[in-house]
Structures are given as C-alpha cells and as structure tokens.
Design a protein around this ligand. Structure first.
Ligand SMILES: [Zn+2]
Length: 152
C-alpha cells in the first residue's frame, strides 16, 4: 500500500498536502499497512499544491484517496477501487475536451473583437481624411473670394 508523504521539501519550495474526508464518501475495512490493524478506511480528497518558498503557488491538483480511520495514513483510491479508474479517466478526458472548447470560443471572440476595433479605426482615419480635404477646399474658396474682392 502506497502512503503519501505529508509534506516534503524540495530545494526551491515545498509540497503541501491537505487531506479532507468526504462526507458521505466510501467506507471500506482493510488491513492498514501503516498501523498494521484492520481498520475502516474513509474516502477523502487530497489537495496537493506546490509553493515556491511558500509564496507562489505553482500548481495545485486534487486526487482521491482512502484514509485510515485510526492512524490517518492515506493510500491511493484507485489501488482499492481499480475498476473505477477507467471511469475517472473518461470524466477527466471529457473535462479536458470541454475546457478546450471554451478556450477555442474565447479565442474566436477575441479575434472578432480585434477585427471590429481595426475596422472602427480604419473608418475613423477615413473620416479624418475627408474632413481635412473639406477644410482645404474651404480655405481655397476663401482665398479665391479674397482675390476677387481684393480684401484680405
Ligand atoms: Zn492505519
């Protein structure tokens, strides 16, 4: 039976594990490899995060585990329920596929917004150009009038 290290230090940070028992989770009686007794194991979730110098959280993941009710030793959930591994992988693949879909949609929206902005800027430039042309025309007309009347 595999036991997780509670906390382990690396050269540039440390891994922190938070173990939470699931309410209404699975229960199973097993011989515990840590305390060598027949105990009830409870389903729990292990949140693992890796923090560099306890400041920046670099990664976080949650995994299922079973915890001994006596010594609180933790073992891998899928070692005890290997038949559920396939289901979990399937759910995981589904989650990843949905995430990718959302990401693709987000990128499409971003590109569309960028195109609209570029279009608006182009229209503004065109408007400015026309206004300048009209100003030049007005200026010329004024000059012609002044030449005819001899007035400045
Ligand atoms: Zn135990």
């Amino acid at each position: 039976m595999l036991r997780y290290n509670r906390d382990y230090e690396e050269d540039f940070g440390s891994c922190i594990q938070l173990i939470m028992r699931m309410s209404g989770g699975k229960k199973i009686t097993l011989k515990c490899s840590s305390c060598s007794k027949q105990n009830i194991f409870y389903e729990c979730e292990v949140d693992e995060s890796f923090k560099a110098y306890f400041v920046v959280e670099l990664w976080k993941r949650t995994k299922k585990a079973m915890q001994c009710g006596e010594c609180l030793g933790v073992c891998d959930y899928f070692e005890i329920f290997p038949q559920e591994r396939g289901l979990e992988e399937q759910l995981d693949a589904e989650r990843k596929r949905k995430q990718a879909e959302v990401e693709t949609q987000r990128k499409l929206n971003e590109e569309r917004e960028k195109r609209l902005k570029e279009q608006a800027a182009q229209e503004q430039r065109e408007k400015d150009r026309r206004r300048r042309e009209m100003e030049v025309d007005d200026e010329l007309a004024k000059l012609k009038r002044n030449m005819r009347t001899g007035m400045p």
